[in-house]
Every structure is written in C-alpha cells, then in structure tokens.
Design a binder for this molecule. Sequence first.
Ligand SMILES: Nc1nc2c(ncn2[C@@H]2O[C@H](COP(=O)(O)OP(=O)(O)OP(=O)(O)O)[C@@H](O)[C@H]2O)c(=O)[nH]1
Ligand SMILES: [Mg+2]
Length: 450
Amino acid sequence: MMITDTIAAISSPPGPAARGIIRLSGPDSWPLAMRMFEPLSAPPPPRRWIPVILKPSRIPAGALFFRGPASFTGQDVVEIHIPGAVPLLRRILAALIAAGARSAGPGEFSSRAYINGKCDLTEAEGIAAAIAATNAIQLRAAQSLRDGRLHQWTLRQTGALADLLALVEAGIDFSDEPGVSFISAADLQGGIRGIQTQIQQLETSAVNWQSTAALPTALLIGPANAGKSSLINQLSRQDRAIVSHHAGTTRDPIAAVMHTSRGQIRLMDSAGLEDSDHDMYRAMDQLRRQVINQADVLVLVLDPPHISLAAEDLLARAGASAGMAWLLVYNKSDLLPATSGVPERRMRVSALTGEGIAELREMIAAQCFAAAPMAAEYITLNQRHRAALDAASQHLARAAAAIGGDHWESAIELVAGDMRSALDELGGICGIVSNDEILGRIFGRFCIGK
Ligand SMILES: Nc1nc2c(ncn2[C@@H]2O[C@H](COP(=O)(O)OP(=O)(O)OP(=O)(O)O)[C@@H](O)[C@H]2O)c(=O)[nH]1
Ligand SMILES: [Mg+2]
C-alpha cells in the first residue's frame, strides 16, 4: 500500500449539509490546499482555524492545517471546510486531483494512521464500526474498541508472555552449561496458565460484535384483545399486525421495527394470554415462551377490563424469568376516565388516538438499551479477535501440557515454538505482525548474558 503520495477525499457524509469537509493527507497536502485559496496573509499556523477564500468562486471557507506526526494520519493533513453543497465539494476535489492529489480509497486515512502507529488495528476497526453503527449499543461497542481497551489488554498479555519466552530462550542459549536455568518448570507452567486464564476470562466477559448488530427486542404481552397488535402498528408506524375485536386474533409472534431517538428496536407481538387446555392455545403459549427468551424487555399491555391484573401475575402466567426488564402500559386510555391516576411505571396510552405513543416509544428504547448486554466497561470482540484468542489459547495449552514430566527439557524447543506462535496470534489482534517486534520491545528491558 502506497502511503508516500498525497490523498484527498470528501470526508463529510454524502448529500447536502450546512458544512462539507475535504481532507488531504500526505507530503503535498499543505501546498495543494493553498492553491485552492486566495493567497493567505501569513503562513498558516498548525491546528488553528484559518478563514480562507476559495479561489474559483470567492466563497468564504475555513481550513485546519496539521503538521505530521501530530495529526490523525501521522502525515501533513489539511481539512478544508466549505458550505456543504455537493457540486462545490466535487469541484474542489476535482481541482485538487488535477493539481496532483490522488483520490483516496475507502479507509485510506485510517490505514495511514495505522501504518504510522497513530492507532492499532483494533482502534481502526473501532473507527469503521462507529461509522457503520446503526444503534446506541453498536456505537458504545465501537467506542470501546477506539478507546484502546482491547489494545491495552493485549499489550499486558503479550508483555507477560514475552517475558516468559525470553527466559525460556535464554535457557536454550545456555543449555550446554549445566545447572543454568532461568525459570523453573512450575513457574513457567504457572505463568502460561495465568495467561490462558486471562484469555478465558476475556472471552466469557466480552460482548460479541455480531450480537450488537442484532436489534434489541421488546415483546408485547397481555390479555387477548388488550390492543397489543394495535400498539405494534402505532409504535412501528406500519400496518404490520392484524387487529380485530375478536379476542385471540394474534397467534404467531410477529415482528416490526420501531425507530427511536436511540436507535432501532425490534417489536414482537404475541398471542393474548388465555387460560385454556386447547391444543392450539398450548402451542401459542409455547411459542410465546420461546420468544420471551429472546426479548430484552417485556411490555405488559392491559386494557380497562383487566385494570386490576397485577404485573407479577402476568409475568408468571407468561413464564417470564425473574429479573427480566418490563414495563406496564394501560391501553385504550380513551375509554378510561381522564382522572384515573397513573401509578409509577404505568403509562396511559391509546393506540386509537395516539395518546402517549411517542413517550412509550422512548420508554421502551430507554429500557431496551439499558437492558441489552453492553455496558461501557465491556470489551467488544469481533470474529477476527476471537479466532486469534482461540488459536493463542490452543498454542498455550500445548506448551503448558509439554512442561514438567521427567525429560521435558528435551521438548523445550517445541514449548518455545508454541509460545512464539501464541505471541504471534495475540500480537496479531492489534496488528503487531511479527513476534520479533514484540520480543524486540521486551528484550530491550532485559540484559541477558551480563
Ligand atoms: N378504544 C380503543 N380501542 C382500541 C385501542 N387499541 C385497540 N383497540 C381495539 O381493541 C380491539 C383489539 O385490538 P388488537 O390490537 O387486535 O388487540 P390484541 O391485544 O392484539 O388482541 P389479540 O391478538 O386477540 O390478543 C380492536 O377492536 C381494536 O380496534 C384503543 O387504544 N382504544
Ligand atoms: Mg393481536
């Protein structure tokens, strides 16, 4: 990948906007950008907002100049901020390319940042993930990658492993000198097992990136005819579920997507709760129980005839497990006396008139995003990270199993080989491609042979 030329791209989102940004990175970014402006009265100081006048049409704009390595990509960078009219952005970009810049490929600014050591692979993945995020959970997951928490974890483990490997390799170097040993079998095995435990703990505590892509789910349950399907249609603004005055209209769980200010949520309808031994009701009951297990939040819907039903009874009848998040909603408020008080956690809504629907949407979103398995302190792992952790774990298990026993010293080269492979796998998570690089860093702290 070429990184010595100067690249340019429109880096604001596509479409008209109040402001558009063109970004340049590379050795010629400053002179190329200056060619687009009326002459400046003084050389631009870095990292300051400079008002500029664009040459072709004398449009006032602004620019930010960065001198590498103190920039996002580690190279000289310029951001040109202009009114976000698409034809204007395209014209400036075309002028820059005619003047010698190259049109940047996808992710090329981030890849330059990575190559120049401004961010590691996990942080670059975090940037891409933040751009692609469709909900608040994904955004938080992306943030956890960009924060470099996985990077920090990886550095701690590669550091510990490289320390052990250095002692093993020193033992190999001095193997012809009897009685010289740099680490006991028990300490080596203990050290390797310690790293294995760290990997296991990370794998069980981390959140899967794929799971953040699945929409959080709210399931509506309640007595037949309470208006669950009507609410699904109102909340999702679609005619998704059949509504009728016949109790028992909905039989299968039906899903619809609801858009909220925090992101999208999957709403699931369900059959009304009925006490019946009929085969069909038993099948409906079973289906509902399956869906409950996938739900992040239960929305309990009651209508005036069921006003006295307790939430706990509904949850028990539906087979909800203890500790599930729920909220209770009074539907058909248009039929309730206006004065009826609304106790805490109970909302008055009407699928017919739309009363309280916007509030309910946000209430469901608040509960869903709070209940979904993603707290800021979690590390998010994608498939690439998990594959590397699994491979490292296997190499470490083989190394640990080979240590000890009567003649294990004869297998020391194999143990060192497995440790090196594990180091490569762990280093690969952050894009440290050779364990020479990791070892180089660690050996710098050692003074073997002194
Ligand atoms: N007045 C009034 N009627 C409503 C309201 N919401 C729903 N209804 C009516 O109540 C009846 C039942 O509505 P549904 O949405 O089918 O109820 P459901 O809970 O899905 O019923 P099942 O699928 O049978 O369990 C229909 O006749 C709706 O028009 C409301 O807010 N006010
Ligand atoms: Mg229904």
